[in-house]
Write a protein that binds this ligand. Sequence first.
Ligand code: TEU
Ligand code: CA
Length: 547
Amino acid sequence: MDINKMTVYQIYPKSFADTNGDGIGDIQGIIKKLPYIVELGVDCIWLTPIYKSPGKDNGYDVAHYTEIDPVYGTMDDFDQLVALCEDLGIIIMLDMVFNHTSSEHMWFKKALAGEQKYKDYYIFEPPKKDGSEPTNWISKFGGNAWEKVGDEYYLHLFDVSQPDLNWKNENLRKEIYAVVNFWLDKGIRGFRFDVINLISKPHIYEDDLTGDGRRFYTDGPHIHTYLKELNSNTFGNYDCVTVGEMSSTTIENCIKYSNPKENELHLVFNFHHLKVDYVDGQKWTKAPFDFLALKNLLHTWQVQMQIGGGSQAVFLCNHDQPRSVSRFGCDGAYHKKSAKMLATAIHLMKGTPFIYQGEEIGMTNAGFTSIDDYRDVESINYYNILKDEGKQEEEILDILAQKSRDNARTPMQWDNTANAGFTTKTPWISPAKNYETINTQAALADNDSIFNHYKKLVQLRKENDIISLGTYAPAYEDSSDVFAYTRKYNGEGILVVCNFYEKETEVTILDGNLTYEDVLISNYGDIVLSDGKIQLRAYEALAIKIR
Ligand code: TEU
Ligand code: CA
């Protein structure tokens, strides 16, 4: 499997396509839309969790790892999808959630019933002497990370309904390997491991006097040993692609996670570049994004991962993030131009690009104005926390409109009919109001669409070794509005130049002999050169051949 030539398309099944009118996307919906995925040209589809789950965190609270949740269909539906994808040469990447289970998982139920074997699958600790929580750690979804049952507490780094698993326990690790092997036996060759760098907890549990506790369990003490063991007991024996979701990680660890010599994973996601609109590191705030920080983080990770021989997933959006065109581009007057610019910036980098469903048509933030529109557990928790802190309703809704994960979870916009063609009945979450103009039907009918730009980028990566294999170097590092880099391979290269703003700007030509024929891809269709400079219009993006 050539991960450098591959582009992955992320499907959030719940919001993709509903075929039975219950308002929730399903496996048959994915099957129905396979021709659309083929048209885009991607090599792999990542499905966020479709396993049996009470759905408190939309499937990231797994109650049974080897059963399909009835809301998505049956195992027969899944097998049908696998067979169809195999014929089409599309790899299915499944989401593996092994930091925690649902509190509805049989293991946890047995643990609560007092069965020691299963208690040891989780992390139970006695209270502090005063009876309070074992540590002051904060859950990622708000509040203390420990929940009391009887006279003990269990750890939940996420929702209270997501108890953390105890990876120190070898029996638990074997259960996990059995799950991965079950899906390997079904022919699955792609895995995305949810918050996998949080599984190795510290030897002792202590208060974090300087932070929220993450420094004790992020990239924890045995993490590399666990991943090597996971690899050798499961997917390491097959031709697979794996990607680890790394929360608050470091480059040094990500090199280890993904350098082939380490036999851990193939790719990593990091999120530092998606925190550039946090105020003082806090997500639940509202602010414009810091372009220089974004640029610096993208460059630093590209360069350092290259030096260390690691590989990364490159992306601007997923089901946990606001929509990239609303966040880093312009979802008004320069919708098309800026969406194509962002795509160009990401897809010509070193690594494996991930497209999040709807990104390829420039889907925008949800535009919700009432708390009743929101469904996400994290958003609702923080709505209440911000209220308790004394913030006004209007300000809170403003923050949610910018930061909520539901921005990316509105129904996929297929056409201009009711509910964006996602369902014939009531959708589980409302679509964004702009579906009448932003939808796949309109995109497919327009040669100049964002969709066609993505399609071209996916194709270029497959055909062009400079993009898949070339070395990366930052360009125009001093510019305050342009993000640019070069890629070089076997004496040939490309220069990628992206204006992140509406305001026109310019950069000095590196090579004096550029002509329009040298443009590999652009969002304007022509290039403006004058006085030895490339003149860049609003949100202009260009990839130019260089020597
Ligand atoms: O997300 C991990 C995670 O910590 C972040 O994505 C988080 O939701 C966000 O940054 C908070 O500000 C993964 C999954 O992608 C997410 O959907 C799950 O809710 C979470 O793990 C728990 O399984
Ligand atoms: Ca359905």
